[in-house]
Design a protein around this ligand. Structure first.
Ligand code: DGP
Length: 113
């Protein structure tokens, strides 16, 4: 989508520290990390947020979750533990309106957040 930063990263037009990508998803390091491991997983296709997904997106959502596991393994936090976050809507802190999963690791995370 024109003007979407993450569409730009998905297409390669905007540079990012990409961990891996495939036909469906891109995993790249967050520009403002809040943990030693802070990777974002996005679908290549533009979807604004989790509030915008439909039943047709089930396969894409599966790709995202599978990629989250791969991020955890490749960054070495699969065993120590990792936090996944999807901010949905401005009220929840979403600032980029292209669906993304934060994968955070390398430190402890309080609960409730
Ligand atoms: P959220 O607040 O949940 O919408 O998270 C958006 C995240 O995206 C935030 O942690 C910072 C990150 N981010 C924003 N712009 C860029 C960018 O141009 N490159 C990278 N790598 N990350 C970005």
């Amino acid at each position: 989508m024109d003007g979407c930063i993450f569409c730009g990263i998905a297409s390669g037009a905007i540079p990012a520290k990409v961990l891996f990508q495939d036909d469906h998803v891109v995993a790249f390091h967050d520009i403002h990390p809040v943990a030693p491991v802070h990777v974002l997983v996005i679908p290549k296709r533009h979807v604004a947020s989790l509030a915008e997904v439909s039943p047709d997106d089930r396969e894409m959502l599966g790709h995202l979750m599978s990629a989250v596991r791969r991020v955890a393994v490749e960054t070495g936090v699969a065993e120590s533990g990792f936090r996944t976050v999807i901010n949905t809507g401005e009220g929840a802190g979403q600032s980029v309106f292209h669906l993304h999963i934060h994968v955070l690791g390398g430190r402890t995370f309080p609960w409730p957040p």
